[in-house]
Design a protein around this ligand. Sequence first.
Ligand code: BES
Ligand code: ZN
Ligand code: ZN
Length: 548
Amino acid sequence: MEIRVEQGDIARYPADAIVVNLFDGVRKPGGGTGAVDSALDGAISRVIRDGDCRGKENEFTLIHSLGKIPSPRVLVAGLGKAESFTLDKVRTVAAGAARYLRGRRCKTIATITHGAGIAGLDPEACAQAIVEGTLLGLYTFNRHKKPKPDETEVRELVLVEFDPSRIDALRRGVERGVALAEAANFARDLSNEPGNHLTPTDLAERARALAEETGLECTVYDQPWMEEQGMGALLGVAKGSHQPPKFIVLRYRGRQSLAIRKLLRELKQARAEDKQAEAKKIREELRTEHGYYISRQPAKPTHLVLVGKGITFDTGGISIKPAAGMEEMKGDMSGGAAVIAAMGAIARLKPAINVTAIVPATENMPGGSATKPGDVLRTMSGKTIEVINTDAEGRLILADGLAYARKLRPTFIVDVATLTGAISIALGNVAMGAMTNHEPLYARIQRAAGVAGEKVWQLPMFDEYKEQIKSQVADMKNVGGRGAGSITAAFLLKEFVGDTPWVHIDMAGVDFYSQEKGITVKGASGIPVRTLVHLALDLASDPLENTV
Ligand code: BES
Ligand code: ZN
Ligand code: ZN
């Protein structure tokens, strides 16, 4: 879809539909909505007076313009109460409006920037939220079916802004929104893809293609390398499948980009020659163009490592899962998809931070040589794990993923996984669960999730839980009994991160949705891609140096 910002009067804009808005309780619309109302000789005020348009949340009122303005349709989107309006509601209303108009076969849409008027939200953030809402809300996954004859695609979204001084900010917001939403939709594509169309080899190919497109470095390691590394846990899971496992690594070097290095050299020169104005100009460019803050850079560049669970299909292995609903396990690589997709947006938005994504990828199948309950696996770190249940495979492959991550000596590790059914018993499909050994890093994740409009909730890591994964025959066992299933899983992971600040995100409750609601459509959610990207942006502009 083409998305752009244009300066002008929304009432004069020629599109299949224009979108304006109304807050709850407003009788006489102002701003863009007021301009359209006047152009329509008070049609919107009339509909309000008649009680058919009240500005409630999720209320959409379609008015035909009867030739009075170039656009044949005007959609009045209800925003609810102005006092409680948020960026999250901007996303929701944009998604709802876009779907409403797609349902009426509109191909081109023009909109005002919801939230930037009387609600007083930051116009740039509102533009970003409109783009995110539209792209996420219109997402479909139709690769494997014939299109219906009356299906339309929205081809164009134009944000029309009257005030010329706001145009640049709106364009920046649009650019960010596109990067974030396209990344989340890419993760959705990967998670929605059936297991036979997305093997570990296919996942690696998709990661490689993304890297080529965005300038990331990509390395895909094969089984012999895993053997050399001693990744016995990952290999133990892979043994039951005919599909070869892959170990995918994507690298983004934001602290070492050529452009930044060149500017830093110039800055040094300017300072040596005492050219203050010149130095200030370079610092400004570093900050605005690259998000690089001179005064706040820690001595050692921040290196964030993201580790994602890449089980391209989870049958449960020998501890096989029940048949009902097993098809959903094609999405058991959603953590891996999220970290790969986040790297795409990071590469486009260029924060001044180094980020590496790691995805151990394999199927979990009950083949003839599959790992059996009671088997003991030796991980890359040397620690051994007794496999009590082969369906608790995510923590096994992550044990090796995390041990590898730790060898990179990162500042932070964040892992993302559809790890336990227990997390949806605790938090339902509303929030992802998080567990950590480092509260300040968790606080940053929480902040990033808040900005993204994705929900996260922390579970405790009391030492007592560790007792549950003690094994008679190995250093630990891979299940810890019925109680606190998500936490005991996190305790196993914790064994492999050492003292590196780390947050584990269990997203098993929020990976797939069965209903369309707001920016969520049926199928894969694309969570927590936007949280991860915001985390990288946040750590780049405000490093956690004082708390590490
Ligand atoms: N992939 C599943 C977890 C899962 C469940 C993801 C539902 C998405 C939706 C994971 O590998 C698993 O099977 N975990 C087991 C662990 C148990 C055997 C200790 C579980 O949660 O049942
Ligand atoms: Zn499993
Ligand atoms: Zn699994």
